[in-house]
Design a binder for this molecule. Structure first.
Ligand code: NAI
Ligand code: MG
Length: 356
């Protein structure tokens, strides 16, 4: 029987609380499927590690991670450490080193949940955001000049490469081919007059390989209104690193909030491990109370199963989540319920074992 080795990075705040439930559900799913084993190694790389060692992960952290089949992350971030440190020293190096150039964020209204958008139902809310995850606006190129003086200034340069745009565009186009055949591209070629026309041009050049896929370009500000007013027109949304980051929180909001929004940082060629994590952060405001919603983390785990080549067990986990949500009894506070993080994890395991 095949064994998948998974590196678990629980992280900070509610990260460890939600990841514990995710691992519980994944273990149950593996036992039920009986076709593969999961072996979890827990890596304590987070902000307390930073306070002790002056870095978010060991110097050979990336080398250690390279040997795994997948990475399962909670969230990092603590008020005692600047957010750019926790993100730039842990999450971004992993995304870049392992060429996880697709950040995949499904925005799908699960059975049992209601959208905050009036009159929108599950059939109106089922799209996927493909966010470029290795370059664009989140580049390390920049700096500060004359710090602490009246003429202090800062620059940060966006980087768009043909290679980087082509690979994420091809991913989005082929994903659309397997879905409803439509890609909405987020651009801003009116305001960002160098990078965004190039982004559009390279995507147009890839599109000829996918004549059966319909592609529309929207300025990102206009596209954000579609998320709210006509989400049923969306199938695959392709966006740059920054625009995709913002749009995916909006996408999460219209399908039930951050507590139920999953994400995968994917290396489609599977040359390197991919990393799965909820969209949300470490939520210091509710950490330690046992009230965080673990569904985003559990669903992210299901995406990991699918990536590892187990689509049926992955679908079963999502179905079990929907069963729990539809029953409406074991909901955490963000959804209007009173259940604890652990109670939701246990309920999903039960639903997995007793499908309705
Ligand atoms: P956040 O996502 O942690 O929290 C935003 C709001 O949503 C809070 O009110 C929080 O209580 C609520 N929330 C988030 N997840 C929830 C869940 N599972 N169940 C119930 N409620 C939930 O974003 P915020 O506050 O901007 O950032 C907090 C920290 O997290 C910062 O240090 C930030 O840098 C870090 N962060 C880390 C990310 C990552 O590790 N990938 C992503 C986003 C933020
Ligand atoms: Mg974000």
């Amino acid at each position: 029987m095949r064994t998948h080795r998974i590196a678990v990075i629980p992280g900070d705040g509610i990260g460890p609380e939600v990841v514990r439930e995710g691992v519980k559900v994944l273990e149950a799913a593996a036992v039920r499927a009986g076709m593969f084993r999961l072996e979890f190694d827990w890596l304590p790389w987070n902000c307390s590690y930073y306070r002790r060692h002056g870095r978010m992960m060991p110097a050979d952290g990336i080398e250690q991670l390279r040997t795994y089949d997948g990475i399962y992350l909670g969230a990092v971030g603590d008020p005692s450490v600047p957010d750019h440190v926790s993100v730039w020293q842990l999450i971004l190096p992993i995304r870049k080193a392992f060429q996880q150039y697709v950040n995949l964020r499904p925005a799908k209204l699960l059975a049992g949940l209601e959208s905050p958008l009036r009159h929108k139902e599950a059939r109106d809310l089922d799209f996927v955001i493909v966010r470029e995850n290795t370059e664009g606006e989140y580049s390390d190129i920049g700096g500060r000049l004359h710090p602490g003086t009246p003429v202090e200034m800062a620059v940060q340069t966006s980087v768009f490469t043909r290679y980087g745009i082509e690979r994420v565009a091809r991913y989005a186009l082929s994903l659309a081919r397997r879905r409803r055949g439509h890609v909405a591209v987020a651009t801003k070629s009116n305001g960002l007059a160098h990078t965004m026309p190039y982004w559009d041009e390279v995507i147009r050049s890839c599109r000829v390989e996918f004549p059966d896929v319909d592609v529309s370009f929207y300025h990102v500000d206009a596209l954000s209104t579609l998320f709210v007013l006509r989400p049923e027109t969306l199938d695959v949304v392709l966006a740059t690193n920054l625009f995709g980051d913002i749009l995916s929180d909006l996408g999460a909001a219209v399908v039930g909030g951050l507590g139920v929004a999953p994400a995968g940082n994917i290396n489609p060629e599977k040359r390197f491990p991919s990393m799965f994590e909820p969209v949300h952060g470490s939520a210091p405001d509710i950490a330690g109370k046992g009230i965080a919603n673990p569904i985003a983390a559990i669903w992210s785990g299901a995406m990991m199963l699918e990536h590892l080549g187990h689509p049926e067990p992955a679908a079963e986990v999502v179905r079990a989540i929907e069963q729990v949500l539809a029953e409406g009894r074991v909901w955490t506070r963000d959804l209007g319920g009173t259940a604890s993080t652990e109670e939701v994890g246990d309920a999903v395991v039960r639903a997995l074992e007793h499908p309705r």
